[in-house]
Design a protein around this ligand. Structure first.
Ligand code: SF4
Length: 316
């Protein structure tokens, strides 16, 4: 690991300014992804700004009847929170499906959204990877691509976003609250927060340099049966091949988002309208632009089957 300097931020604004003023600086909270990347020298910040002491670890009701989740709320605490379990069961289930107990104890809400892909070539500094080194090529194209994306892909990168939590937040229409280095605040719909790879797979969100995530807001509860189903190679501590997060009402209407298939949490609102017709109709819209590789073609069928299982579970 390369040497770095370290400071504890005294305020949100000071943290944002510290990172904005130094192109080699990064925020650190739980560090569950960043420290791995630093040990491999995939990420080589020369300065870390510790934001753990900023008091952003509260879960509070909003005046609109929703929930405001502080950026530093640990995944374990969020999954176990009484209101989350009762009113946003999809979020609680998605969180528990992710990582391991130890990692969830450390990982934060904002860090979970900002975690980087687990494409194995991204973690191998001896392999070309446009995300790690723009312009160097994509080793997954023509390489091992079983885990990779099938929709929204580009010729530059076919990596997936690894978060389970983000799939639930996408289905629940969350909003990400931020503070910029100049103190300006903004709200970003989760649909717009993560980017597709395009020609710049190294740019993964719409955050500006130094812009700091302070909270995630959930709208008022929408009821329904809330299900998160994750299909993976082993029963725990594995990333999704395919996951489906869904809210389904007794009349068959609802909404869904899919993980393990794209560079961002994948939701096509028009597919929600097809839910009452069944999994095939919804999956056709979700995957209309699918461009799988030979190795991950199975994901196209797996999305439909996983969605079918979710609908069957919702119907009891
Ligand atoms: Fe890198 Fe993306 Fe290709 Fe993986 S899929 S090797 S992250 S460019």
């Amino acid at each position: 690991m390369k040497a770095f300097t370290f400071e504890r931020a005294s305020s949100v604004e000071a943290a944002a300014r510290a990172v904005a003023s130094n192109p080699q600086a990064k925020f650190i909270a739980g560090g569950t992804n960043l420290l791995d990347l630093m040990k491999l020298e995939i990420e080589v910040p020369t300065h870390l700004v510790d934001v753990n002491g900023l008091g952003l670890d509260k879960i509070e009701a909003t005046p609109e009847g929703g929930l405001r989740i502080g950026a530093l709320v640990r995944n374990t605490d969020l999954a176990a929170h009484e209101t989350v379990r009762r009113d946003y069961g999809l979020l609680s289930r998605a969180l528990v499906a992710g990582a391991s107990g130890q990692l969830r104890n450390k990982a934060t809400t904002a860090g979970n959204l900002l975690q980087r892909t687990r494409c194995p070539y991204f973690y191998d500094p001896y392999q070309p990877c446009n995300k790690r080194q723009p312009g160097s090529g994509c080793s997954a194209l023509g390489g091992f691509s079983r885990q990779h994306a099938v929709v929204g892909i580009s010729d530059a990168c076919i990596a997936t976003h690894p978060s389970d939590m983000a799939i639930a937040m996408r289905a629940l229409d969350a909003t990400v609250e931020t503070v910029k280095p100049d103190g300006a605040r903004r709200s970003i719909a989760i649909a717009d927060f993560h980017r597709l790879a395009g020609e710049t797979p190294h740019i993964e969100t719409v955050l500006e340099r130094g812009e700091f995530v302070t909270a995630v807001l959930l709208p008022p509860p929408i009821g329904g049966k809330q299900i998160y189903r994750k299909v993976r190679d082993r029963a725990s501590y594995a990333f999704a091949l395919v996951s489906v997060g869904a809210v389904i009402h007794p009349n068959g209407t609802g909404r869904l988002a899919v993980g393990g298939v794209a560079h961002k949490p994948w939701r096509i609102e028009a597919a929600d309208a097809e839910l009452p017709k069944g999994a095939k109709a919804a999956a056709q819209i979700l995957l209309a632009d699918a461009r799988p590789t030979e190795q991950n073609r199975f994901k196209v069928d797996l999305v439909e089957r996983t969605l079918g299982a979710v609908i069957a579970e919702a119907r009891g």
